[in-house]
Design a binder for this molecule. Structure first.
Ligand SMILES: [Mn+2]
Length: 357
């Protein structure tokens, strides 16, 4: 297993690559969607939570990530002695009508196919994605973690209807007509995922890229009145069974899985890691279950993270683990201190494992 660090778009700098290497990472997962554009101010480097209008504005619908941009990013990461393992998340501007089954769906499928081909050409092996209408919405921030450290959680259901022009917790069309996105059924949403996989996975296989699906965060059966797909651990199996392609993989978020109301987290990790479908792993800790949970320091939640590492090792997972999120620590660099703490813990956990089978 390999240790990586996830970096948001505005943090893809030489200094942060060096920070990642110094913290023991050998790999980087990069976000190219700018979640912080036009959103709630004052978030710093912390994960966004946003408002009823989401995180902010989606990107340029006519500007896909270019091969030069992707290759340049990979080279920058490699110059710091690291490897670029994955890009995490599509921009709603590029694929909203795949999620919404809207009039531009065919164009958006072509967008995603182009992006995946470019990842392959740039030598980036994984694309993480989150097939969700409401996206990562409905979470709150507070001094939830040990010592009053700012962290993220949930304090109840969130079903404010989603305004038109918005999907995946970002605004792609600020000029959309007033009104709300009509709710769909779970069956409709599953069928959208199935069609997406059927059209995109053959291209991914050809490009040498694997697609890795994040479970719903937060894992509620509905957010903003819209259904969600993977809000219990068993629904991950349904994703695997939708398409037999080896490129159909999971962005295996242990924190989100632990927030679910069903399942034993160690059995869940065992069940999915033995199928060899984990693209990469988000490993963080949490207390509670939806709709009442809090993200904690990695050593301070209900998940025995070292036990999770042991199961992954035993089942032959050899991919990358990133800390996903961490509470912010009281100092001049709250995000970096929180991540360095998580990285040190994970590094010690990895070093204390028995040799890989
Ligand atoms: Mn995650």
């Amino acid at each position: 297993m390999k240790l990586g660090l996830g970096l948001y778009r505005h943090m893809l700098t030489r200094e942060n690559f060096q920070f990642a290497r110094q913290a023991g990472a050998t790999h980087v997962v990069a976000h190219l969607v700018d979640y912080f554009k036009g959103g709630a101010p004052g978030a710093g480097d912390d994960q966004p939570t946003g408002t009823d209008y989401g995180w902010g504005r989606a990107g340029d619908p006519d500007q896909l990530w270019t091969l030069e941009e992707l290759t340049g990013l990979r080279r920058g990461v490699e110059d710091a002695g690291l490897k670029l393992e994955a890009i995490e998340n599509f921009d709603p501007a590029h694929w909203h009508d795949i999620l919404l089954d809207g009039p531009q769906r065919a164009r958006h499928i072509a967008n995603v196919q182009t992006i995946i081909r470019r990842l392959g050409q740039a030598g980036i092996p994984l694309m993480g994605y989150n097939f969700s209408l409401a996206g990562v919405a409905g979470r709150t921030k507070g001094n939830y973690a040990r010592g009053g450290a700012p962290s993220v959680g949930m304090e109840g259901a969130y079903d404010q209807p989603m305004p038109n022009g918005m999907v995946w917790n970002m605004v792609y069309d600020p000029a959309a007509a007033p009104g709300h996105v009509p709710p769909v059924t779970p069956a409709q949403l599953w069928s959208r995922l199935e069609r997406f996989l059927a059209e995109v996975l053959p291209v991914a296989e050809e490009a040498g890229v694997r697609l890795a699906l994040h479970p719903d965060d937060p894992p509620m059966p509905s957010i903003r009145g819209q259904p969600r797909l993977v809000y219990q651990p068993r629904f991950y199996q349904q994703v695997i069974d939708l398409h037999p392609s080896p490129a159909n993989q999971l962005e295996f978020c242990v924190g989100s899985l632990a927030e679910m109301t069903e399942g034993d987290i160690y059995e869940v990790v065992d069940h999915y890691s033995r199928q060899h479908r984990l693209g990469y792993v988000h490993l963080r800790n949490v207390r509670g279950k939806v709709p009442q949970y809090r993200e904690t320091f990695i050593d301070d939640g209900e998940v025995d993270v070292r036990r999770v590492l042991g199961i992954l090792q035993r089942n032959g997972f050899t991919g990358v683990i990133i800390p996903d999120h961490a509470p912010q620590m009281s100092c001049a660099a709250p995000w970096h201190a929180g991540m360095a703490y998580a990285m040190g813990f994970l590094q010690a956990g990895l070093q204390s494992l028995p040799p890989a089978p």
